[in-house]
Design a protein. Sequence first.
Length: 428
Amino acid sequence: MNKLMIEGGHPLEGTVSVSGAKNSAVALIPAAMMADSTVTIENLPDISDVGILAELLQEAGAKTELFEGTLQVNPADMIPMPLPNGLVKKLRASYYMMGAMLGKFNKAVIGLPGGCNLGPRPIDQHIKGFEALGAKVTNEHGALYLQADELVGARIYLDVVSVGATINIMLAAVKAKGKTVIENAAKEPEIIDVATLLSNMGARIKGAGTNVIRIEGVEELHGCRHSIIPDRIEAGTYMIFAAAMGKSVLIDNVIPLHLESLSSKLREMGVSVEAGDDSIHIQSSKVLNPIDIKTLVYPGFATDLQQPVTALLTKADGASMVTDTIYNARFKHTDELRRMGADIKVEGRAALIYGKTKLQGARVRATDLRAGAALVAAGLMAEGVTEITDVHHIDRGYANLEEKLTALGAVIWREELSAAEQQEIENS
Ligand SMILES: CC(=O)N[C@H]1[C@@H](OP(=O)(O)OP(=O)(O)OC[C@H]2O[C@@H](n3ccc(=O)[nH]c3=O)[C@H](O)[C@@H]2O)O[C@H](CO)[C@@H](O)[C@@H]1O
Ligand SMILES: C=C(OP(=O)(O)O)C(=O)O
């Protein structure tokens, strides 16, 4: 086991290139299994979720080859292998194996997913969609059993706007007989990316990126080549790092439109944010204004950036309020930020951050992926050295974090945990 060490106080300067989007990658890999020949996916981020999904496909008989960010998936020999346990519990997106397996084989047995613990994360809308398409779904011993004689297109209204349910229903519906309409669909850019791959495989999908998606079922899907969109959450995290410590930082390989909600909030704080064609230039300011933020579904402020921005707001001159309308327990990072000296109160779904605080380096724990990003932001700003444990959460979503930050001038490195430290974590 590793810990991440950060010596704070070093200004950031230079260019950082953003990797492919995690939340696209984790849907595109299961989507690829629906073809009858090889699908090549380029620009994959070097994160643990990608490796695990490739392994899951292999378990079910796919031939996969991952080399320097390009994954080849040959699904020709795949079988509807039950995947009730093991790897599926290591990430959230293993739920896409349900839609993909069901869509390809009319049956699937998949364990309930893992992923970040942010409070309850039900998948009732996914199940509602599968059932509307004709599947019988039962939950037995922590795994979902899905079975259909045939899948038939249907009109499905999502009670909750859900990224996962929208993509999962799309996966199950692309080969269903007839027309499927998903109403109140999520509009995240990753959904468009998945629809683009599926369309290149021969699927007929209209309206991805709007709240009504129309799918005309096809009989066969074929191989193709696809390059993933840039990760707007990774990009946003580096924008926040730059707002915290940046003299002049260029975030390269981004789609600025995907980051408008964050850009406008950073500008409100007094940060200079200049968007180019495929880059964003950030220059911080000596004085940062306090702001209020409410997370919303896309194109609103992303909940996945709520945690890192909370860390940044400890540096603002006054009180800020961050409200998370998507998850009711996404504030575990605030306990750790308090260890570093932050003055934060959590009331229900809101965190009140009283700035300006000079954070101090401390031993802290990444309780989930973006909590880890918040602690990295805090570590960059803090006086002294910050030690972050449970780095495996961070490795789910940030490719080459130390290399990218070191190139910008940060002092950050990884160390093995001693036996005593491992014991301490196991006991806590
Ligand atoms: C792998 C992936 O893409 N993860 C992202 C995805 O997660 P995920 O797809 O799991 O998130 P959803 O969009 O589904 O969840 C949004 C809200 O809807 C609720 N809900 C969802 C499904 C359902 O069947 N019933 C239900 O009540 C959830 O509890 C949550 O409160 O979108 C989230 C919201 O932008 C992001 O934080 C995650 O990074
Ligand atoms: C919540 C997240 O991921 P997941 O849904 O994969 O747990 C995230 O990326 O911030």
